[in-house]
Design a protein around this ligand. Structure first.
Ligand code: 5GP
Ligand code: MG
Length: 473
């Protein structure tokens, strides 16, 4: 792998939130990011606009650690947007914090991005060959390089349309100038993005509805796949500049990533996860004394399973809430350690019992292998596991932090092999049909690539310089 590929390898999920038209825009975005903290714990940032320049503060760590009264009060303006970042090994560096801000020919702009562009290596190389100087390894910086080239001869809407017609992959993104907030969602709609309104008529855009709830904004609608929504003093301007594409909502948002109190892609995450559990009960038949989740992510499917099967629910593992999500740790040895810190069995409850664990997903198998062992050590007589999605066999190119296939346990093992690796008495995964049924939308509207290997947007090597003609020139 070349240096550039190595540098670009990291993919990241993130959370974004923007407010237009409120004197406390910055504070509202701060609280919005607080609600979206589960989407990224590595860094946080807010950019604010007051009609002229853009002020910015960002730092490594959690939202409340990065901001305080003093930093927030320096970010004044009626317009603000923010970002929480979640990245994988290698890119855990301050230089990649967002929003990313630039100034070009007197115009200040900033971008905050959730998703992953699949042709960023080609775009990056093309732009560098033309003389562009890059400061970061972020897709957002490519967006700004392309945009400023278009702005020279176009107005903002036309420049945005042209810029994103060069970009392939997943992007739910916020862009701001000193006086406008722009929400952009890729034509497939991989990642969520929704629109809400505050009591005073100010607009809010956020990755998930839980951010709207916290700041008491009313949910209006999703930003549509392929929509560019420009928000400024003249109100909303909605454009659909690209040909429509097949919707490809990331089903993993519902399996794991999003917060259960959010509505994502127009339906509630909690209810979908409970239905996944109920369908696991329909698809399997296991005798056990009780069912327990690996908390927190397994809670909702475990509840659905318990209610549908009649097997009692117990909380057999206690979650330590003062540790972040497991994958945040940069090395495998740290990851193992944080699984132990995070989940500890209730020994009294487990002695001599036949238990069913409900887990939302198995990625590397780290959590399962380590915690099943701990349940056995605590005296469990039988340990069965139900997983509320099918085996994750394929890499994600659209922003979910899945490792390369050599680290995905289901890419290299049969279900029987995984059962043995995790030390289980039995292991069952929810069928793909069951998973889709739990959501209530037709299968065609989802990206299911991590399960079936069918990538809605090809993960790129064929993207050549020729395809870029007219982009960024
Ligand atoms: P494993 O331990 O098998 O590598 O990963 C599975 C565990 O990680 C599950 O408990 C699941 O809730 C969680 N998980 C699944 N996908 C992701 C992800 O993209 N990021 C993080 N941080 N955790 C994940
Ligand atoms: Mg989990």
């Amino acid at each position: 792998m070349s240096d550039i590929e190595q540098q670009w390898k990291p993919r990241h999920e993130c959370g974004i939130c923007g407010v237009f038209g409120h004197e406390d825009a910055t504070k509202l975005v701060y609280f919005g990011l607080y609600a979206l903290q589960h989407r990224g714990q590595e860094s946080a940032g807010i950019a604010a606009g007051n009609g002229e320049g853009i002020s910015l503060h960002k730092g490594m760590g959690l939202v409340p650690d990065v901001f305080n009264e003093a930093t927030l009060s320096r970010l004044n303006g009626h317009l603000a947007m923010g970002h929480v970042r979640y990245s994988t090994t290698g890119s855990s560096t301050p230089v990649n914090m967002q929003p990313f801000r630039v100034r070009h020919r007197g115009l200040s702009m900033a971008v905050a991005h959730n998703g992953n562009m699949v042709n960023s290596i080609a775009l990056h190389q093309h732009l560098e060959e033309e003389g562009a100087i890059f400061q970061t390894a972020m897709d957002s910086e490519i967006v700004l390089h392309l945009l400023v080239r278009q702005l020279a001869c176009n107005d903002l809407p036309a420049a945005i349309a042209k810029t994103f017609s060069c970009i392939r992959g997943a992007y739910s993104l916020l862009l701001m100038t000193g006086d406008s907030l722009v929400a952009v969602r890729d034509p497939n709609g991989f990642r969520p993005l929704c629109l809400g309104m505050l009591e005073n008529g100010a607009y809010v855009v956020a990755s998930e509805t839980c951010a709207l709830d916290l700041i008491e904004a009313q949910y209006l609608r999703e930003i549509e796949p392929g929509e560019v929504l420009i928000i400024n003093k003249d109100g909303l301007q909605s454009l659909h500049p690209w040909p429509p594409a097949q919707k490809s909502f990331c089903i993993f948002e519902h399996v794991y990533f999003a917060r259960p109190d959010s509505d994502v892609f127009g339906f509630n995450v909690y209810a979908a996860r409970k239905r996944m559990g109920a369908l696991l009960a329909k698809e399997t038949n296991i005798q056990a004394d009780f069912v327990m989740p690996f908390p927190d992510s397994g809670n909702y499917a475990a509840l659905g399973y318990a209610q549908a099967s009649g097997i009692p629910l117990e909380i057999g593992m206690i979650r330590n809430h003062y540790v972040g999500r497991t994958f945040i740790q940069p090395t495998q040895s740290m990851r193992d350690f944080s699984v132990r810190v995070k989940l500890n069995p209730v020994r009294d409850l487990l002695k001599g019992k036949r238990v069913i664990i409900v887990e939302d997903s198995i990625v590397r198998g780290t959590t399962g292998r380590s915690r099943v062992k701990s349940l056995r050590q605590a005296g469990a007589a039988e340990v069965h596991m139900l997983v509320s999605c099918p085996p994750t066999r394929h890499a994600c190119y659209y922003g979910i932090d899945f490792p390369s296939t050599d680290q995905l346990v289901a890419a290299n093992h049969t279900v029987e092999g995984i059962r043995e690796y995790l030390g289980l008495d039995s292991l069952h995964y929810l069928s793909l049909e069951g998973l889709v049924e739990a959501t209530g939308l037709p299968a065609e509207q989802f990206c299911l690539a991590c399960f079936n290997g069918k990538y809605p947007v090809p993960p790129d090597p064929s993207f050549t310089k020729d395809s870029l003609s007219g982009c960024g020139n």
